[in-house]
Design a protein around this ligand. Structure first.
Ligand code: P6P
Length: 350
């Protein structure tokens, strides 16, 4: 090999090694600062916040990976949560993890979760901690005991006002007040997907480093995709318009049904491959099953930032103003064209 060729080969190796090192150093906390292009106190706070969420994800992923080997991790607690749902031991563990990682952080004063009727306050943080974490600690917990994918969903809001009476009324505001949102997907690998309003970015947990490393920046959802994701076992409960949409995809080439029981997993698929996820209202639950503040609004923020859409069928999810902390909404979310197709059946009052 000529000297020139050897030199070129070496420089390519050096550049690749440097890119590899730089990639391994693009952790979540650094990426937040890169996104904000500033080292201001607010930027540092947000970077630290996301780092704490990443720590929660690591602790939950570790617990899940050993769940089948440990006593007291799987199965039900025997309790019922504020949603009227049977609580899994993993729900309680994950809920406590998010609380624990924010203690002594000076960052988060309040946490609102699917598992807690009222917000949890961390007194030592409250004088200066102006952020609130809203989260679903384990989304799809029915998958825990059968070792299938599940997720955590998070949303960060700035506290508005002093909340002196502990009613957290300022949380009853639209999803456009979210500062950051995203999810952690516990699958074959553990991924964290987030937005702070500057695009959607994914990170993969490298267990050998114990760090979430940047995987993909500025993810764009396809404008159309083959996936439709819905629990067709609820067909008998749906409005006729949703039934008509399902009949349409049944008779139209190019669609494929995917439904895992954990919407983080299903919506991540839709984000990457395109398509639509639906959890419509039913006869039993006309407002739907999913909760706005810590499920549909954060996911809507992510999907909108990726170029997709999220609607109740009549209103943009991010415009819905909740009347109560655990308010539910129907959800139709995903690629622009596929969401519009579902809406066309609703608007035509099929
Ligand atoms: P169903 C999990 O409980 C969840 O909130 C979502 O993650 C999931 O898509 C949905 O509910 C599953 O509900 O009624 O289809 O079992």
């Amino acid at each position: 090999m000529t000297k020139a060729a050897e030199s070129l080969e070496q420089s390519i190796k050096d550049a690749t090694a440097e890119r590899g090192l730089d990639r391994d150093c693009t952790t979540l906390s650094r990426h937040v600062l890169q996104q904000l292009q500033t080292f201001s106190p607010q930027a540092q706070d947000l970077s630290a916040l996301m780092n704490r969420i990443a720590l929660a994800g690591k602790l939950i992923a570790r617990h899940l990976s050993r769940a089948g080997l440990m006593e007291g991790v799987l199965g039900f607690t025997g309790e019922t949560n504020v949603q009227g749902e049977s609580v899994k031991k993993m729900d309680v563990y994950a809920n406590d993890v998010f609380i624990a990682v924010f203690k002594q952080s000076g960052l988060v004063c309040r946490l609102a979760s699917e598992e807690m009727e009222n917000p949890y306050y961390i007194p030592e943080n409250c004088p200066i901690g102006r952020y609130t974490l809203l989260y679903d600690p384990i989304d799809g917990s029915s998958n825990t005991d059968i070792n299938l994918s599940l997720g955590s969903i998070f949303s960060i809001r700035q506290q508005e006002g002093e909340d002196l009476d502990g009613s957290a009324k300022d949380l009853l505001a639209s999803g456009r007040k979210q500062i950051a949102a995203g999810y952690i997907l516990y699958g074959p690998s553990t991924m964290l997907v987030y937005t702070i309003g500057r695009g959607v970015h994914s990170f993969t947990l490298d267990p050998s480093l114990g760090e979430f490393i940047l995987t993909e920046e500025n993810i764009q959802i396809p404008s159309h995709g083959p996936v439709y994701s819905v629990n067709e076992g609820n067909f008998w409960q749906w409005d006729e318009s949703i039934r008509e949409y399902i009949r349409y995809v049944h008779r139209t080439e190019g669609y494929t049904a995917r439904y895992s029981g954990a919407m983080v997993s299903d919506i991540h698929r839709v984000l990457i491959q395109g398509g639509v996820f639906l959890y419509p209202g039913t006869v039993q639950k006309p407002e739907g099953k999913l909760r706005l503040l810590y499920e549909t609004a954060p996911l809507a923020y992510v999907i909108e930032q990726a170029g997709g859409r999220a609607t109740t069928g009549h209103e943009n999810i991010l415009d819905v103003i909740p009347k109560k902390l655990h308010q539910r909404t129907p959800l139709i979310i995903g690629s622009r064209e596929d969401v519009a197709k579902v809406e066309s059946f609703i608007q035509n009052g099929h």
